[in-house]
Design a protein around this ligand. Structure first.
Ligand SMILES: Cc1ncc(COP(=O)(O)O)c(C=O)c1O
Length: 348
């Protein structure tokens, strides 16, 4: 049986969180003399002399409408990397607890585990990049606190079987974090709709991919109000700056434009895949539900260097397990994709 209180570290349960001026008073006043801000102004066109809303109420309200989820089930962080780190800090006792990841996958789970001195168990994906459930069952012990599933997975691009994820959610008493950074490019349904069925589920999404706002740094964690309350308890007080909150507030109205970009990128992904398949240098293009393609080449490293010499930078993933001789290619604009294909074609 899942019991959140048994999962949270004792020091976090006992912690008295920092209480900022804006936590203590979030109403409207005519004179603000409670936060030691500069009362005169700031040397910028727009005034930024005031601290931002620590709980980002206005943008949470908009995200709540876009995602059809209550505001108290949303955590906003400085990229997804912030909630990834906070989940470790909240639930994993250093040098005692462990988490499970499925390589090849997004590297930050491992880095965050190492920063927090949390034991990392790695279970390789199967040859077709799916979960190895028997190996997972064997690896779980009483100190396993979090299972990290990236779907669609980076760098392989495929979605993890929904049935397998449900199996994990139904049978594991720790947290199951599903990183859906690329979900908007996928044919699969998000697990957001399942949050109320699974108290152990955390879904991560980001504004960096489909929303086209990687430069702003904003990621989201969605979970039960109780889990979100713990993340809020330990985050730094003003983790999302005022300019970011302002820009996000406007950007969140542009869902139509974002949907158009998603349709365009998915169509370009298909075109790019077809063009790549006609090249003799390409051994295999792996099926992708993301805005990138993992491609197996005859000589990945040499093609990487060749592309670089032509001013095109891609990601060599050959050192990752199960990714021998592969490059990860982000879907570019039509012009960039044509340039990329022509450049690969020119490699002899
Ligand atoms: C699977 C996955 N999760 C999270 C992130 C990080 O996203 P953010 O820009 O929100 O930190 C990335 C970035 O590449 C990613 O591939």
């Amino acid at each position: 049986m899942f019991n959140l209180e048994l999962l949270v570290r004792d020091n976090i349960k006992k912690l008295k969180p920092y209480s900022s001026a804006r936590d203590e008073f979030d109403g409207i006043a005519s004179v603000y003399l409670d936060a030691n801000e500069n009362s005169i102004g700031s040397p910028t066109i727009k005034w930024y002399n005031r601290y931002p809303d620590p709980m980002q109420h206005k943008i949470k309200e908009k995200i709540s409408k876009v995602k059809n989820i209550s505001s108290n089930q949303i955590f906003i962080g400085n990229g997804s990397d912030e909630p990834i780190d906070l989940l470790f800090r909240c639930f994993c006792e250093p040098a005692v607890d462990n988490v499970i990841v499925f390589p090849p996958t997004y590297g930050m789970y491992e880095v965050s585990a190492n920063i927090n001195n949390v034991i990392l168990k790695k279970i390789l994906l199967t040859e077709d990049y799916q979960l190895d459930l028997p190996a997972l069952e064997e690896a779980i012990d009483l100190n396993t606190k979090i299972i990290w599933i990236c779907s669609p997975n980076n760098p392989t691009g495929n979605s993890i079987s929904r049935q397998d994820i449900e199996m994990v959610l139904n049978n594991f008493d720790g947290l199951v974090v599903i990183d859906e950074a690329y979900i908007n490019f996928s044919r699969q349904q998000s697990f957001l709709k399942d949050l109320n069925d699974y108290p152990n589920l955390v879904v991560l999404q980001t504004m960096s991919k489909a929303w086209g706002l990687a430069g702003l740094r904003m990621g989201m964690a969605f979970a039960s109000p109780e889990i979100i309350a713990y993340l809020n308890k330990i985050k730094s007080p003003y983790n999302i700056s005022q300019p970011i909150q302002d820009i996000m507030f406007t950007a969140l109205d542009e869902i139509g434009m974002v949907n158009d970009m998603i349709v365009e990128l998915v169509a370009s992904r298909k075109k790019l895949e077809e063009s790549l398949l006609s090249l003799t240098q390409v051994v295999k293009v792996f099926p992708s539900d993301a805005n990138f393609l993992l491609v197996k080449f005859t000589e990945a490293k040499k093609i990487y260097d060749h592309l670089l010499s032509m001013g095109i930078v891609v990601r060599d993933r050959s050192s990752q397990p199960l990714c021998e001789n592969t490059l990860r290619l982000t879907v570019g604009t039509d012009k960039e994709n044509i340039k990329l294909v022509e450049a690969i074609k020119a490699f002899k």
